[in-house]
Ligand binder design. Sequence first.
Ligand SMILES: O=P(O)(O)OC[C@H]1O[C@H](O)[C@H](O)[C@@H](O)[C@@H]1O
Length: 533
Amino acid sequence: MSLKVATSGAATAAVQSHLDRLIDSKFASRLFAQDATLWGPEAEDESSKRLGWTNAAEVSQPLVADIMTLRDELQAAGIDRIVLCGMGGSSLAPEVMTRTGGVELVVLDSTNPSQVAQIVNDQIERTAVVVSSKSGSTVETDSQRRAFLAAFAEAGIDPTERLFIVTDPGSPLEQQSRADGFRVFLADPSVGGRFSALTAFGLVPAGLAGLDIQSLLNAAANVADELAADSPQNPGLVLGAAMAGAEPIKTYLGIVESGSGIVGFGDWAEQLIAESTGKHDKGLLPVVLSEDAPEIGLPIPDLTIVRLVADAAETPALGDEINVSGTLGEQLLLWEVAVAVAGEIIGINPYDQPDVESAKAAARELLDATPAPEAPAFVEGHIEVRGSESLLAGHASVAAVIDALLAAMPENGYVAIQAYANRNDLNALTQSRDIIAHRARRPVTFGWGPRFLHSTGQFHKGGPKVGVFLQITTSEPTDVTIADRPFTFGELIRAQAAGDAAVLEQHNMPVLRLNFTDPVAGTEAFLRILQEI
Ligand SMILES: O=P(O)(O)OC[C@H]1O[C@H](O)[C@H](O)[C@@H](O)[C@@H]1O
């Protein structure tokens, strides 16, 4: 299989309207020469610190031996369960790598107390933990680290032999961890979080879990020249122009797995694309779709479908679609290039995330202020209903407020389902996506909270303000404390959900908040109601 992008119809027209200009301006070769001027003067400062990803596949080579040595040591000691604590760019790449490679990596990127407890309390004697945070200050990751330190202490295990840190040089996490005797893998500070797949952030957890990271790096390194070429065949230029180059822009990018064998690619691409482009009221919103998702058959003029296929040379794109093929290592670099191209076309800086901080700040305020819980507007069985006044006024059933939410969506809008819940136990919630898409006849995203805050969360607040938001929370029967912190996991996740809802409402976008007082019974009731509306 080789790296290939095929386009058809409107996607081909989008490519044609940008390709000559991209080639004339030598965009690709300048990108790989790490030219920070490509996105305009305002982006130059940030870009000058963030282009290390273009040669990460080469620069990261020396890490492989270190990681393999540690893996052998752990294996010899009978430690074969690897857990990764991290958010967004620090967890999504190793997740897709290990799922695709068929090796087991347990990813903890949640603050849901029951999910944390399940992962932390499982087989601690066989467990090693990678704590990954570029900044070293992400509250979820810090809390997860503290939970594992407590679990190792309780089991009488020396945590310095089991817990490994991936962070940037000089971060508070590096300093503290070294002082406490932990082993630290330093990442490349010239690579931003969501572009860090081929750095220590992707490689350490995936390699410890048993993935062949050498082959992955080689695959990416082998396509670097092709992606750096100022040529009409450059698949990175073609994909970037196809996804962002329509006039007017097609905001929604439906990502469909159609035989590539890559598992969960959309979850990684979602963060790369939404967080890089969704700002200043512009951007692209990735929508992860199955092959039979309702959106594919609906006339949605601002949706581009991109399919990950086994071989795009053999499978021509149809309609207005894009087909992409390549191994995972090849595609990681391909999509990073495509997003750099898309950023230039859209006219934004792909390397900042100006709206991620607002939800974090709102959650911090709520944790500090500890306000009394807001009473629900009404309760239906196991579902408490809260939300924007404009949605709730005059309604007294869950079905009616969901209808009101969909009715509030602008013509060019989308629905975002945000489930702050245990994704292992309540996976059935994902069924709501197709049902709501069928009803809304518009793109619908599904994200687990707080994980999506580090991904599509930037687009929700920074992109076009056309979203309507269905937030789901659960009352958990148990909570988990966080050592030396004035809040529990339960309080943290509640503050994160409430904080993000408040910020969305400040942007005048409607938010419907459903809390399931019994997580399982609430989920069943919710799905039943959706089937009936
Ligand atoms: O790796 P960390 O510093 O912990 O950051 C984790 C994530 O945090 C924020 O949400 C950023 O917007 C993401 O790009 C980043 O990947």
